[in-house]
Design a protein around this ligand. Structure first.
Ligand SMILES: CC(C)(COP(=O)(O)OP(=O)(O)OC[C@H]1O[C@@H](n2cnc3c(N)ncnc32)[C@H](O)[C@@H]1OP(=O)(O)O)[C@@H](O)C(=O)NCCC(=O)NCCS
Length: 150
């Protein structure tokens, strides 16, 4: 299994199709093909996954000038609530700082419980796009941009 396979296995388990947030394999592959794109993978112990300890979570991100955007974060439902999301974000922040970024940001649908994880990691809301997301039943949901300096 390569990193893309590992991330897609988590993607399929972590994202409820209703919100239409999950990316296709092609979208992830394309984002990683750019030199600006990178991924962080973790097993349930917060280490890089192995054959015996498969991936439990991932972060997909890209650097644009001096900013890094967190594109997606996902943790398998059975491993949630144990700090893995927080560890992924901590590693994302470290890596972004090492890459020389000054700021990080992300966009999330309003009222996503993930907001709590972002706030714990020092992100604050900095903008809102009305009706940006549309669920499978047509419900429109705002997008909230969160950011923080490094
Ligand atoms: C968002 C997500 C990655 C968080 O992963 P996680 O491993 O559960 O995160 P953590 O265990 O670090 O939890 C972070 C905080 O959320 C809280 N939390 C985690 N799971 C929770 C749950 N099921 N219900 C309520 N609170 C929860 C924790 O108490 C913790 O709060 P704290 O920092 O004040 O202690 C995970 O829920 C997920 O994959 N969600 C689906 C995909 C998604 O919506 N991604 C975000 C948009 S891209």
């Amino acid at each position: 299994m390569n990193d893309l396979d590992k991330a897609m296995a988590v993607m399929d388990a972590a994202f409820d199709p209703y919100w239409r947030e999950a990316w296709t394999r092609r979208q992830v592959e394309d984002s990683l093909a750019l030199s600006s794109g990178f991924m962080i993978l973790m097993d349930d112990a917060g280490q890089y996954p192995s054959e015996v300890r498969p991936a439990a979570g991932f972060v997909l991100a890209r650097k644009v000038l001096d900013e890094v955007e967190l594109l997606l974060i996902g943790v398998r439902p059975e491993y949630r609530g144990r700090g893995l999301g927080g560890k992924l974000i901590a590693e994302f922040l470290q890596k972004s700082a090492r890459m020389g970024a000054a700021n990080v940001f992300l966009e999330v649908r309003a009222n996503n419980p993930a907001e709590k994880v972002y706030r714990s990691a020092g992100f604050e809301p900095i903008g809102r796009r009305k009706d940006y997301y549309r669920t499978t039943d047509g419900t429109k949901i705002d997008a909230v941009t969160f950011g923080r300096a490094l």
